[in-house]
Write a protein that binds this ligand. Structure first.
Ligand SMILES: [Fe+2]
Length: 703
């Protein structure tokens, strides 16, 4: 998977996506040039390259970090997870040596795939797909390829009487064991670092295994030399040994996956770890690149909170590394705080869309947009919206690697009659609007919410999301709830928010886990028995399935998924008490235009539902005029081909509700329920009815 020939000429990432004054950001850059690369700091105002909008707008910020040059270094990255013992072990067999493991292979690659390697011995799946043992340069192979997605115990024994390689089926229907035998191969002494799921030579891993491995062991003269139990320390990157050296897990294989003993009697790995004694390795696991730091930046005290970009340039090739500067903890510098959905950005990181088409390059060139797409560079690791090469869903994500979609000017949809933006560039529509309207703001990211809870936002009169705050940890979700319940005003200007539960790794807080459990709009489906997170033991999947539907937080929740187009809202509230929302707006239709989907209510829509937590006193301000075709009711709302949970028709259930609610704490919520809402703000040079409506609400919330 590591196709170094196709590397980007210059690309980088930063160790943390957000920082407060005094905190240090470490920038990691790989540049293939022999010449130094130049760095320039800018403040980002708009990241939409569409010439029909404000365009890319940036301000010089060299007063905080003067233009500088740094030596180019080409930084390596190598995909593929494996386990490697933390020390060498020595074996001097006098009668025999045995290597064994339980395996569940998921992909034949035409290449050898190591299960357990120990010096001159390598127990593996051979090029033809059969279980094999290699001893130095001799190989003994079972004469039939192994079948995928079944459990086998495989054992290789080298003894005075010859070599035996055996596979025993553990998955019903059981079949007779298969065996291969060889002679003339001695059981020679060896001293080496054992590895699981790859061979490692001089730190370089090859022969990656695809599939699950359980309970590997090495015996010498019938005495245990190494025995590993993968059901221990599941939330960590160590697989402790019962006997012998512990295994360090590299490139974060999936843990808390069902093992050969799992029989459906338990769904939670922490209740019966013995049923979860397997690790799922993939040849394309890659998350934290662990690149060297080329330069650092300490956020100065006087630097305003906002969105900044380190712009890199080397011999005409560019890269851009955004980061988010927060105010000091507890010292708000503005009345408004914008929540930057960094967890969602990371979870979507390097989403290679199946509809990507190289013809998009024309628009990318014409607009001077970000010129690369992850679909053309899978070696940088794909997103949790993609699959591993063996067909299993990618459940880990990290921002410690280049993330293409986290670049200014990145186009998610290259063939639409609009800007086609999502996530970071789309969220900048809101930032550009705030600048246009002269509304001061600070920013905070999911990371601060996760780490500091409500304290991260307690000092603000209002907190607003941007387009798509979809992924949350328990901590980040609690922070927003507690803020509202302590009198804070919350604006939710997106769609499909507060939807999935994610977990942060105990040892590496850049690493996120998502289990696509039960239902929801899912890129892939978690396997039965694998709905609980490995990282924190929590029940993965939708927050709604955790008893915390989005309606509990913001009054509305995911209802409909459509193509990337939008429709207007129609005002439905005529109560004069709420005329302030619509002041200066003529007519009932709002937002029949926009840079995202050409309409303010589009792509992903949220609706009210009192049973799921919408406050009884919630005011429905406006409702989308959603077209008849092109949207589907989300699976968690469907019952049968005729019925759904609302009791009405599917068409009636599929709309965005724009709501206003006053909570007992005095905190207020304004929610739009559409992912394309913010895309309408810059239209007509920011002079439009969506812009006016938001300003009416925003100024009242900030007052
Ligand atoms: Fe999403």
């Amino acid at each position: 998977m590591n196709t170094m020939t196709n590397d980007l000429p210059i690309v980088g990432y930063v160790d943390r996506l957000s920082a407060r004054p005094g905190e240090v950001l470490e920038f990691k850059v790989s540049s293939v040039s022999a010449k130094p690369f130049n760095v320039r700091l800018v403040r980002s105002i708009s990241a939409d390259p569409n010439p029909d909008g404000p365009g890319i707008v940036e301000e010089d910020a060299s007063q905080f970090f003067g233009d500088q040059s740094f030596a180019s270094i080409r930084q390596p990255f190598a995909a593929g997870s494996y386990g490697i013992a933390d020390r060498e072990v020595a074996a001097k067999p006098t009668t025999c040596i045995t290597l064994s493991a339980i395996i569940f292979p998921t992909l034949l690659t035409g290449q050898a795939q190591t299960v357990l390697s120990f010096g001159r011995y390598d127990l593996h799946i051979g090029e033809a797909g059969a279980v094999s043992l290699r001893v130095d340069d001799q190989t003994i192979t079972i004469d039939q390829p192994i079948k995928l997605r079944r459990w086998y115990e495989i054992t290789a024994n080298v003894s005075d009487s010859g070599v035996t390689v055996e596979q025993t089926t553990l998955t019903s229907p059981l079949v007779a064991p298969l065996q291969a035998n060889g002679e003339g191969i001695p059981h020679l002494a060896t001293s080496a670092i054992p590895t699981v799921a790859a061979r490692v030579t001089d730190g370089h891993a090859t022969q990656h295994f695809n599939g699950k491995i359980e309970a590997p062991y090495i015996k010498v003269d019938d005495q245990n030399l190494c025995v590993w139990d993968f059901s221990k320390d599941i939330s960590t990157t160590t697989a402790p040994a019962l006997i012998g050296p512990d295994l360090k897990l590299v490139n974060f294989p999936a843990r808390a996956v069902t093992g050969s003993s799992w029989d459906g009697t338990e769904m939670n790995w922490s209740h019966k770890p013995g049923h979860y004694g397997a690790i799922h390795f993939h040849e394309d696991d890659i998350y934290d690149f662990e690149w060297k730091t080329n330069f650092t930046f300490t956020v100065p005290d006087e630097m305003p909170s906002g969105v900044y970009i380190m712009r890199l340039d080397c011999e005409g090739k560019q890269d851009a590394i955004p980061f988010f500067v927060c105010a000091p903890l507890g010292k708000a510098k503005a009345q408004l705080c914008v929540l930057i959905s960094t967890i969602t950005y990371t979870i979507y990181g390097n989403h290679a869309r199946p509809d990507y088409d190289p013809s998009w390059q024309d628009r990318m060139t014409n607009w001077d947009a970000y010129p690369h797409n992850p679909a053309e560079y899978p070696q940088y690791g794909l997103s949790t919206y993609n699959y591993h090469s063996d067909g299993s869903g990618i459940c880990h994500a990290s921002h410690h690697r280049p993330l293409f979609n986290l670049k200014p000017g990145y186009l998610t949809f290259g063939d639409t009659p609009c800007s086609g933006l999502r996530h970071f560039p789309a969220d900048m529509h809101l930032i550009s609007w705030l600048h246009n309207q002269g509304i001061d703001y600070d920013v905070v990211s999911d990371q601060e919410l996760h780490n500091d809870g409500m304290a991260a936002i307690a000092g603000y009169n209002a907190v607003t999301t941007a387009t798509h705050p979809e992924y949350h940890t328990p901590e980040s979700l609690n922070a927003l709830r507690d803020y509202r319940d302590n009198g804070g005003n919350l604006l939710y200007l997106g769609g499909n928010g507060f939807y999935w539960r994610v977990a942060v790794h105990t040892e590496n807080d850049s690493l996120l886990e998502i289990r696509r459990a039960e239902d929801g709009i899912r890129a892939w489906a978690a396997e039965p028995g694998e709905y609980y997170n490995a990282f924190d033991g929590g029940y993965g999947g939708l927050w709604r399935r955790n008893g915390r539907a989005p309606q509990q937080l913001v009054g509305i929740g995911f209802a409909a998924q459509g193509e990337f187009f939008g429709d207007p809202y129609r005002r439905v509230c005529t109560d004069p008490d709420y005329n302030w929302v619509f002041e200066g707006i003529e007519g009932d239709l709002i937002g029949d235009f926009g840079l995202s989907g050409n309409g303010a209510a589009g792509f992903e829509l949220d609706h009210m539902d009192y049973r799921l937590g919408t406050l009884e006193t919630t005011v429905l301000l406006a409702r989308s005029v959603t077209r008849d075709t092109g949207f589907m009711l989300v699976p968690e709302e469907q019952l049968t081909h005729l019925t759904n949970l609302t009791g009405g028709t599917a068409k009636d259930a599929m709309h965005a509700d724009m709501i206003y609610a006053e909570y007992p704490s005095g905190g207020c919520v304004f929610a739009t329920g559409s992912i394309t809402f913010c895309g309408s703000l810059p239209s007509k040079n920011f002079d439009n009815n969506v812009s006016r409506l938001l300003k009416n609400v925003m100024l009242r919330f900030l007052d």
